[in-house]
Design a protein around this ligand. Structure first.
Ligand SMILES: Cc1cc2nc3c(=O)[nH]c(=O)nc-3n(C[C@H](O)[C@H](O)[C@H](O)COP(=O)(O)O)c2cc1C
Length: 149
């Protein structure tokens, strides 16, 4: 059964973890992309509001041939203890009969959204294979705060 790594990333952590996993295991990889770009202000206001309410927002067409894959590994950052709205949009598009392993990437290493994700996956006729919380590696050097620690 072929595996596809599918991820969403706002600031790059989940992208790096996803790329490493796909490369190491020789899995396919695809990205969930917001329909329109936005900054931190929108992420922390409208984004968190939608996340808490379990709402989607528009994403670009996925361009994935799902029939090629029986197993998906979904990686997503945690927003306000929940999946971001772009990931909610993906969950709504999930085709049936897939085994889905979920890895939530956060600053704290705690998400508290397993039940919500499991229910979204099962409502699409898929099965939650596993659920893992990953603490994002702390960045030693940030481009925004460009001073060596
Ligand atoms: C809008 C927003 C909300 C966040 N909410 C949480 C949170 O509730 N708990 C947490 O541990 N981290 C939270 N974070 C931190 C991210 O989950 C963490 O930095 C993650 O690694 C980001 O992944 P990315 O770089 O792939 O976007 C939040 C980040 C953003 C941008």
């Amino acid at each position: 059964m072929k595996t596809l790594v599918i991820f969403y990333s706002f600031s790059g952590n989940t992208r790096a973890i996803s790329q490493e996993l796909a490369e190491k295991e020789s899995f396919g990889i695809a990205e969930i992309k917001d329909a329109k770009g936005f900054g931190k202000l929108k992420a922390y206001t409208l984004g968190c509001f939608a996340s808490i309410r379990g709402k989607p927002w528009p994403v670009q067409p996925l361009g994935i041939v799902f029939s090629e894959y029986g197993r998906l590994v979904l990686l997503a950052p945690v927003w306000a203890s929940n999946p971001p709205p772009a990931v909610n949009a993906f969950l709504e598009l999930l085709p049936p009969s897939k085994d889905v392993a979920v890895k939530m990437v956060s600053a704290s290493g705690r998400s508290g959204c397993r039940a919500r994700i499991e229910s979204a996956i099962e409502s699409k006729g898929c099965a939650l294979e596993s659920f893992e919380d990953i603490q994002a590696p702390k960045r030693r050097f940030s481009a925004i705060n460009a001073v060596e620690p």
